[in-house]
Design a protein around this ligand. Structure first.
Ligand code: GLU
Length: 547
């Protein structure tokens, strides 16, 4: 998780040390604190950018009172300011709040908990006001779409219609901390991009970067992904802006139930069917299913997919994304003449997708030379045992200290020599900054949006085979579809049946995509996008316009 940068403009060395000490106490949210003693230094630091929040003493050697606040706002209008004040300056601090400061804190009366909450909420408020749509991921999703639309000569009316989601819901929701008197307020979202050809489908993400823009990008990708797979769904996505590692299991349950009840009018087995995504899992799906079922008065397992098997979850759903990715790696390897028995792979992310992809690659004889999680990367050119890694993570929580390899940073790991690179963690990993140093022959995207448009073009020129996210990670939603079909028909399929259907659907989509890429002389991502978009456009046009 990226730490927040706190700029403290405070001339009292004692106060600065006390506040810095309090901010360093946080576990769930990390703060980097930079402090300066004069307003001039503060403003020149703000000019360099990257500051998430300012803690401002109004009385400084080179500026006094409200003027200090006004000059900070002028230098950085969208950076939240929390005023630090003494008991004698309360009126002035209150005026600063009236003029737009987020809050004030009285020095000498602050405790660490209050300080951290105030700083976190200040950042959150400004983000809610200015940056809901302004997300790099949404820009990427729109750019990819516009590029594909231009190449395929998409009807202008349809293009405008698809550029933004059809329905969005933003909620704020409270949940009680285990410390009973403490209530946390967080932002939640559900976005439905396309309601043309069936219910909407897509995961729910719990992560501290979630915003309306990010969820909308993910919902748009779900539309293309489902259409590319010929699944009868439109794209959706949901999320809550929270770091799930900073809450207890009880807190997570209360949060999930409240979030579900806030979006309950939007979801349903024929309307919109959530599933797991980053930061959520089968247990979270079970709580959503239970909350929904309590509302309607009977059990409705088909309101979610990716739920536990005992509640009607599908066999093979948990590992479906990783398994599907490896089915497609086999296809792509055949295409570029790569022998998987003698190949090496680097897998970024050791969550559900990354760990299963690594396991299935290992089963095919590929040597896994590096893996990573949020804490660290582990590199061993002789090969890592995926079973041993999984056992270690089970026991220790993270990969830190894994004995049979060398620790590497996330950036170093992406640049290691290997045949196959599997980004299966966050978005925005392969960018203009590092693409020249990426050494793989095959980039198999498990994560959504790991590669920027700029990096894409370089990879294409260099002849790296890109298995794009909407194809590469579509195994998850495909088995979600099987789960929904089994649920709505009260059927139970065997694992063999599920895997063979999955294989058929994925390889068919792969072949259609490759045919288009070759015929139109375009990169594989654009070909996959066009395959999806074309189907959506046809469906839109044939339904016609109401009224
Ligand atoms: N969250 C997964 C994805 O991004 C799965 C969605 C689903 O199963 O509905 O594709």
């Amino acid at each position: 998780m990226k730490p927040f940068l706190v700029l403290m403009i405070e001339d009292s060395a004692v106060d600065a040390v006390v506040i810095r000490g309090m901010l360093s106490k946080v576990q769930a949210t990390r703060f980097n604190v930079e402090s300066v003693k004069t307003l001039a230094d503060g403003i020149s630091r703000l000019d360099r950018g990257g500051v998430d929040v300012v803690l401002l003493d109004l009385t400084l050697p080179d500026s006094q009172g409200l003027e200090s606040f006004q000059r900070v706002v002028k230098a950085a209008p969208h950076v939240p300011v929390v005023v630090l004040t003494g008991t004698d300056d309360l009126t002035m601090a209150a005026t600063a709040v009236e003029e737009g400061a987020q809050a004030y804190l009285v020095k000498g009366k602050i405790d660490a908990r209050k300080l951290i909450r105030t700083v976190r909420y200040a950042i959150q408020h400004v983000e809610a006001e200015h940056a809901e749509w302004d997300s790099p991921m949404f820009r990427l999703a729109q750019q990819q779409f516009m590029k594909a639309a231009q190449i395929m000569n998409l009807d202008d009316n349809v293009r405008e219609r698809l550029l933004f989601p059809q329905r969005t819901l933003v909620v704020t929701l409270p949940f009680r901390r285990d410390e009973y008197s403490e209530v946390e307020n967080v932002f939640g979202y559900r976005v439905q991009h396309l309601l043309t050809a069936g219910p909407t489908k897509g995961g729910i993400r719990y992560h501290e970067d979630v915003s309306l823009g990010e969820v909308s990008a993910l919902a748009m990708w779900m539309s293309w992904k489902c259409a590319l797979m010929h699944l009868p769904f439109g794209g959706a996505k949901g999320g809550v802006r929270i770091d799930p590692t900073g809450v207890s299991r009880h807190e997570l349950q209360r949060l999930t139930r409240r979030y579900t009840s806030e979006i309950i009018g939007m979801i349903g087995p024929d309307k919109d069917i959530p599933a797991p995504d980053m930061g959520t899992n089968e247990q979270v799906m079970a709580w959503i299913m239970d909350t929904y079922s309590q509302q309607v008065g009977y059990a409705v397992p088909t309101v979610v997919t990716g739920k536990p098997v005992v509640l009607g979850g599908s066999l093979g759903r948990r590992e479906a994304t990783g398994r599907g990715l490896v089915y497609l790696v086999e296809e792509a390897a055949g295409h570029i003449g790569l022998d998987l028995k003698h190949a090496t792979a680097v897998v970024q992310g050791f969550g559900n997708v990354g760990s299963n992809a690594a396991r299935f690659l290992e089963e095919l004889g590929t040597r896994i030379v590096a893996v990573s999680d949020v804490s660290t990367g582990v590199y061993n050119p002789r090969g890592l045992s995926v079973t041993a890694l999984a056992e270690y993570v089970d026991q220790n929580g993270t990969l830190i200290g894994y004995p049979d390899g060398e620790a590497v940073s996330n950036q170093e790991m992406l640049e290691l020599p290997c045949d196959i690179l599997v980004p299966a963690a966050l978005q925005n990993q392969i960018t203009g900054d590092n693409v020249e140093r990426i050494q793989c022959k095959l980039l198999a995207e498990g994560a959504n949006g790991p590669t920027t448009l700029e990096a894409d073009e370089v990879l294409h020129e260099r002849g790296v085979f890109v298995l794009p996210d909407i194809l590469g990670n579509a195994g998850g939603v495909t088995v979600s579809y099987f789960e929904w079909v089994q649920g709505t028909q009260n059927y139970m399929w065997s694992l063999e049946e599920i895997n063979s259907r999955l294989h058929r659907i994925l390889t068919d989509a792969f072949q259609r995509t490759m045919r288009r890429a070759q015929r139109d002389q375009i990169d594989v991502r654009t070909a996959a996008l066009i395959e999806g978009i074309q189907r959506v456009a046809e469906a839109k046009l044939v339904r016609g316009l109401f009224p």
